[in-house]
Design a protein around this ligand. Sequence first.
Ligand code: SDX
Length: 432
Amino acid sequence: MKKETSSVAHLTLNGKTYDLPIMSPTVGPDVLDIRKLYAEANVFTYDPGFTSTAACDSSITYIDGAAGELLHRGYPIDQLAAKSHYLEVCFLLLYGHLPSGSELESFETLVTNHTMIHEQMVNLFRGFRRDAHPMAIMTGVVGAMSAFYHDSTDINDPHQREVASIRLIAKMPTIAAMAYKYTVGQPFIYPRNDLDYSANFLSMCFAVPTQDYLVNPILSRAMDRVFTLHADHEQNASTSTVRLASSSGANPFACIAAGIACLWGPAHGGANQACLQMLNEIGTADRIPGFIARAKDKNDPFRLMGFGHRVYKNTDPRAKVLKESADEVLELLGVENNPILKVAKELEAAALLDPYFAEKKLFPNVDFYSGIILEAIGFPMSMFTPIFALSRTVGWISQWKEMISDPAMKIGRPRQLYCGQTLRNYVDIENR
Ligand code: SDX
């Protein structure tokens, strides 16, 4: 719903003035349309970290970093976390509206009926060492899906795009759970059609063939809330990776595998594992000042994991909900005195009182409290980022579908500020 405006910005360069059309969003900053700038003025714009660049237009998610606001198709994340559930949020992100009762029932049945993976894929897991990181396994297995689901790789066929979307959302929990089971040496547990999405994931992770597994509703609700809070987040690094990979026409499974790989980095989705490792390293509140001093020391590469964000310069609304959820889950589980949760809260309080963090507008982000909840549910740290990837699959897919179905889509091909050698002739080795 972008709006062309009649107003333009003027850029004067080498005595010539160029008009840059201004485009207005439904909400948020205007954008300068520079698409013709290079052809007309023979200059590039320069923005290596994309701090001031809109790479696309989208109607899926809006973030107001100053207000700490996150909307999915216009609905605030705190309302969705409190009142909705993950598969309903998936429907909202994919199709743009909250489903009717019958739409939701059909969608949930469709996802439930596609949770199994091709039985031949089981062999892929056995090619990994048992101590492989589950993210390495997910990246490989998801990429390999294109070798099993050929009938949903033609991105120009809307039906195949839909089939691939449902397959990825339905099978990602199964693949993540299998990656976990493989690394702990337990047998794979098949998905169950009598369980909802979150309960099914817990069952596939924690059930064993030797006894019945009863899903704890507290954990299942907490799991579903974690999924919801990680579902989509505008043009973050992994979503931008999926968009760029998809712009070449690559199949959806390969593109989602690229997104998983990007998410793994500790500056992005890998921060939830890095944050709990940091909290464990801090261990007790008396060691917090030393870690804060390291985070402020320019000569020390250490950063507070789970703190700071490119967009949020106020609280990350997801962190607020996750903090409340951590309190609730740990209390319900009778572990409210969890020492790590205590360290996390004292670290947050100390950092927010420190001028360095206030000046740089550094607040807890989505990764600061999520690990505490996931550990309370029973996951090892190595499963934190795979769970983030599972949750974000619907966001990647929604953004992928939006881009691929746009007739104006072009392959993404940025330029550069070249700082290398100018033309020079080859020198034979005897003359060097
Ligand atoms: C996610 O983009 C998304 O939406 C991502 C995400 C999503 O849902 O997809 O929200 C998920 O990735 C959350 C972020 C998880 N990462 C971390 O928690 C890792 C720790 N945080 C950072 O490394 C950092 O804050 C980033 C990567 C999140 C943001 O980096 P930016 O926007 O490039 O900011 P920057 O590195 O330029 O930092 C600005 C200043 C710098 O100081 P100066 O050079 O100006 O003196 O703030 C400092 C940084 O040194 N700073 C920190 C810090 N984060 C930034 N100092 C200490 N600790 C930190 N965590």
